[in-house]
Design a protein around this ligand. Structure first.
Ligand SMILES: [Zn+2]
Length: 370
């Protein structure tokens, strides 16, 4: 997609979008383009899913924007690039972590009035509890407590360095061990108290969070990794797509998720021909309009076009109808002759190319679908 890099450039350099209204409008425009102005036949969310899960990898602009914002916030988390932080937080009153973690932006309204900071922190708030449900390892209690001045020190000790698990409980390490990070006794006791209080409220993260591992401690491909994390979360409830249920109802049994996944991951790659791939996806998503559907839309006859006696449901048109049956019979017999291999004549094999686990059958799957 040609526009994506251009948009990503803008998202990464001027993060100023507040609210999510504009993304809905963009999504509508995308949808209009994809479906050429006609009524969509596949839910937008499924178009944006990754190909390995049966999606079409259509970029979701909102998630890309949010991913870009969260990658920007990485600098506020890391506290390393002092020049950048002084420039961006020229009138900050508290440390960056205070705004990120302890809601100091409510006390200091000026923080969100800044055109970049306001938009960025809005995205952070949307995902904060998802990305960091417990106290994160990167959080620096000292920075959180400090009053911000220009050109402050760049290295701040964080919980990851200060906390230790003792007898199943999280604790701040003894003073001698964290002396260099806490600077003096007073700080040490304050941190101790703060940690105890927070531990009660939110608990401490056992291991570094995905956000920390993939984004904060990682230099490469941050944006696409962040996008993947957000997309994953976004798709969590949609693991079983409604069309799978429809297939199960028609077939009278459920196709295992791993079989579907094999279809998307391997079987569909049998050809470089986009037309054939398109056919498989259209069949999976039951893209075709059956007489039953047309009857609901236009008040026309809902009978099957071929036998003209039974109701023309999707499954009848493709499998159950007697006239179609004889066609599949011919195809099946011909295939057996050609391949010198016998397989069970099942609708999912002939319609979708799902053959099951049999290794030798696996190799034939592509041929059958063609
Ligand atoms: Zn029929």
């Amino acid at each position: 997609m040609m526009v994506l890099p251009k948009l990503l450039y803008l998202f990464q350099t001027i993060p100023i979008i507040k609210g999510i209204k504009i993304f809905k409008e963009w999504q509508k425009a995308f949808s209009r383009y994809v479906w050429e102005g006609k009524k969509p036949r596949i839910k937008f969310k499924f178009l944006t899913d990754i190909k390995e899960r049966g999606g079409f990898s259509l970029p979701d602009m909102r998630l890309y924007y949010e991913a870009a914002c969260l990658c920007w916030i990485k600098e506020w988390v890391k506290l390393e690039n002092k020049e950048l932080l002084d420039l961006e937080g020229f009138n900050n009153r508290y440390g960056w972590h205070a705004y990120l973690w302890s809601d100091k932006k409510k006390v200091h309204k000026g923080f969100t009035n800044h055109i970049f900071r306001g938009a960025l922190i809005e995205v952070w708030d949307r995902y904060k509890n998802i990305l960091e449900p417990k106290i994160p390892h990167w959080l620096s209690p000292l920075e959180m407590r400090c009053i911000k001045t220009i050109n402050m020190r760049g290295k701040w000790g964080n919980y990851g360095e200060m906390v230790v698990k003792e007898g199943g409980k999280w604790k701040i390490k003894p003073y001698e061990q964290v002396k260099a990070l806490t600077y003096d006794w007073l700080n040490y006791f304050q941190i101790n108290e703060m940690f105890k209080k927070e531990l009660k409220e939110r608990n401490y993260e056992e291991k570094e969070s995905i956000f920390q591992k993939e984004i904060i401690n990682n230099e490469y491909k941050n944006l696409s990794k962040m996008y993947k994390i957000l997309l994953e979360w976004h798709m969590k409830e949609e693991e079983v797509k409604p069309v799978m249920g429809k297939w199960a109802r028609d077939l009278g049994y459920t196709i295992k998720l791993e079989d579907w996944e094999r279809l998307w991951k391997e079987n569909i790659k049998f050809t470089a021909c986009t037309l054939l791939r398109e056919n498989t996806m259209k069949m999976f998503y039951r893209w075709y309009l059956s007489p039953t559907k047309l009857a609901k839309m236009y008040k026309v006859d809902n009978k099957c076009w071929k036998c003209k006696s039974k109701e023309g449901t999707f499954f009848h048109q493709w499998w159950e109808c007697n006239k179609v049956r004889s066609f599949w019979e011919e195809v099946y017999n011909e295939l057996k002759k050609m391949l010198k291999y016998t397989f069970v004549k099942k609708p999912e094999a002939l319609l979708l190319g799902i053959i099951g686990k049999d290794k030798s059958a696996q190799r034939l799957a592509p041929t059958i679908t063609q």
